[in-house]
Write a protein that binds this ligand. Structure first.
Ligand code: PLP
Length: 370
């Protein structure tokens, strides 16, 4: 039985009728860039998250970059970033000329260790960028307290957590601003690259919009130096259709994650942890196992698409690795990167498929002890 890590085909089959007619509507109007389809999705997504504005852009990496620029963060500034996240979080910081300053992860959620943020703050620090990794909300109350004490901005990178809840509120409305990626494999994914920024402040929203649209709000208006990073009409129309299904899909992900944990609870595997008062969006189901590479090979040979998120913690990657970085600086990130394993998870994963995965995992572990 072949089981991919994420199955986008089966999802498309389920919603084909609505998607195809949404795409046809855009084609009929040739409304490819800056159209009412984009405005409609921006309005819907802001309402869904609970912010006043959503500004669509070309991808989730641009979203972070544009937002940092709109906040005036750049050369000489520092941004606090988790050691374990997708490359783009720190890449965007470096792209605006600022320096990402990494904080090790907390062992149970793999997210930024809130206890270790303050030791990295100095007079150059401008913001904290918590990442709701794998769909699990960060401890936002604690992060906001630290930010307030040091007059820092809080920018949520919510690219893996569309619809996740922290104390009953959606992630994305818990800091000064937030960014989302709508990359196809994300919980809310377009059919190509897409991203968005959500903010409450009207001036900030305007600034983001100008930056992403050649420095102006209207055609041939160029008040500042900007760039071209826009959400397009086709992607917006796909996202409007898919947004209606998001909560249902997330509920499926949570149910499947609970089922995985039930079947794996007696094994030696470290299971995902969701802190109290949080509802994870379960973008990924990440377990921890000592002899990870052998198990990964076993799963791969059996046709199962397991993954590693992420194979190398950011401080150890070439663009960020400084001569001064020591293994003891990020002990959790370092030990976890050789042990974490993401099992297949997508809303349409069947009980049979899920059991097939856990059967292989459990029998492999049993055999390796013989
Ligand atoms: C996917 C992702 C991004 C980048 O999004 P793109 O749309 O691929 O540019 C940024 N941060 C995190 C945490 C992500 O998972």
């Amino acid at each position: 039985m072949q089981i991919p890590l994420v199955d986008l085909k089966i999802q498309y089959e389920h919603i084909k009728g609505e998607i195809d007619s949404a795409i046809s509507a855009v084609l009929a109007e040739t409304a490819f860039v800056r159209s009412h389809f984009v405005e409609k999705f921006e309005f819907e997504f802001a309402a869904y998250i609970g912010t006043r504005h959503c500004i669509g852009c070309a991808n989730g990496t641009d979203a972070i970059e544009i937002l940092l620029e709109a906040f005036g963060i750049g050369k000489g500034d520092e941004a606090i970033v988790p050691a374990n996240t997708f490359f783009a979080t720190a890449e965007a910081v470096a792209r605006v000329g600022a320096t990402p300053v990494f904080v090790d992860n907390e062992p149970r959620t793999y997210s930024i260790d809130v206890q270790r943020i303050e030791e990295k703050i100095n007079s150059r620090t401008k913001c904290i960028i918590p990442v709701h990794l794998y769909g699990v909300p960060c401890d936002m109350d604690a992060i906001n307290v630290i930010a307030k004490r040091h007059c820092l901005l809080v920018i949520e990178d919510a690219s893996q957590a569309h619809g996740a809840l922290y104390k009953g509120r959606k992630v994305g409305c818990l800091g000064d601003a937030a960014t989302f990626s709508f990359f196809p494999g994300k919980n809310l994914g377009a059919y190509g690259d897409a991203g968005g920024i959500v903010v409450n402040d009207e001036q900030l929203a305007k600034k983001c919009r100008q930056i992403g649209n050649h420095g102006g709000l209207k055609k041939y208006e160029h008040d500042i130096l900007g760039r071209n990073s826009r959400l397009d009409g086709l992607q917006a129309s796909v996202l409007s259709v898919k947004l209606k299904f998001l909560d249902g899909w997330n509920a499926s992900r949570r149910r499947l994650a609970a089922r995985y944990s039930e079947l794996l609870q007696d094994s030696e595997i470290g299971l995902p942890f969701v802190p109290p008062h949080c509802e994870s969006a379960f973008h990924l189901y990440v377990v921890r196992v000592a002899a990870r590479d052998v198990l990964l090979e076993k799963l791969t040979n059996a046709g199962i698409g397991a993954g590693i998120h992420y194979p190398t913690a950011l401080p150890y990657l070439a663009p960020f690795r400084s001569a001064a970085v020591l293994d003891r600086d990020y002990p959790n990130a370092l030990s976890q990167m050789s042990q974490i394993l993401s099992l297949p998870l997508f809303p349409e994963l069947s009980e049979k498929q899920l059991q097939h995965v856990t059967d292989i995992v459990i029998s492999h572990l049993a055999a390796s002890h013989r």
